[in-house]
Design a protein. Structure first.
Length: 241
């Protein structure tokens, strides 16, 4: 029996925050293996790499074709308009500005409150859809120092959401303590070479939204922080195989 064909051990419904990138796609596979039913939610917040919103739909479609057992558990997709964030932030993920380190020690790609808003809106949607688990690709091992990706932040959000909704709302972050090489390894473990190739070919990570060049690790400019991290992780994982 392949990993993808295993029966889920958890009867709950999970809502995966699916951006269309490597990390959230790995989390989607992780959730499909684990939970009886899985739905997905994406966010349009005026991001420069808007192409990721198209990629997320492709990832879902390709997963269904490659893994029929997962397809049977994959439910509806939702897209929420959070372009209000573009009015509140001048982040390099939204505005046409240089990607650089700032005086406060954070990169210019930091969008203040982004993950906090994502989880709040996702929890409201999950409440309506009967889901009690939120799954996100936040990580504190290989990250740019974003404070809303830290484990303590996510644990605090879980408590706040559960109290505010008066119902248990778990926040799962399966990549929290994994580096990028380990994320590639997890992908291979979850769905073998078929899933790894799917992630390489169809997910999008590049901050600049570039998909003109196909590298061994996928498409992107090859030089922005997101591409560099993804490329280094792929190289380290491939060398260890």
């Amino acid at each position: 029996m392949t990993p993808a064909a295993r029966q889920p051990q958890d009867a709950r419904t999970a809502l995966v925050l699916l951006s269309g990138g490597q990390d959230s796609s790995a989390c989607l596979a992780w959730a499909l293996q684990r939970y009886a039913r899985v739905e997905t939610v994406g966010f349009d917040y005026g991001q420069r790499h808007l192409i990721e919103l198209d990629c997320r739909l492709t990832v879902r479609a390709e997963l269904c074709k490659a893994f029929p057992d997962w397809a049977a558990r994959l439910g509806a997709d939702h897209l929420l308009d959070l372009r209000l964030l573009a009015q509140l932030s001048d982040s390099a993920l939204i505005s046409e500005r240089a990607i650089e380190w700032q005086a406060n020690g954070l990169p210019s790609t930091f969008v203040p409150g982004r993950n906090l808003l994502f989880l709040t809106f996702a929890a409201a949607l999950a409440y309506r859809r009967g889901a009690s688990v939120l799954v996100g690709g936040m990580c504190e091992t290989d990250y740019s120092g974003y404070p809303d990706c830290r484990d303590n932040t996510l644990k605090a959000m879980q408590v706040a959401l559960s109290l505010g909704l008066d119902t248990p709302m778990a926040v799962e972050t399966p990549l929290m303590w994994l580096n990028k090489a380990q994320t590639w390894a997890l992908t291979e473990q979850l769905g073998g070479s078929a899933l790894t190739e799917l992630v390489v070919e169809h997910t999008h990570t590049c901050y600049l939204g570039t998909r003109g060049v196909r590298h061994a690790w996928g498409y992107g400019c090859g030089s922005c922080p997101a591409c560099s991290l993804r490329a280094a992780g792929f190289k380290a994982w491939a060398a260890a195989c």
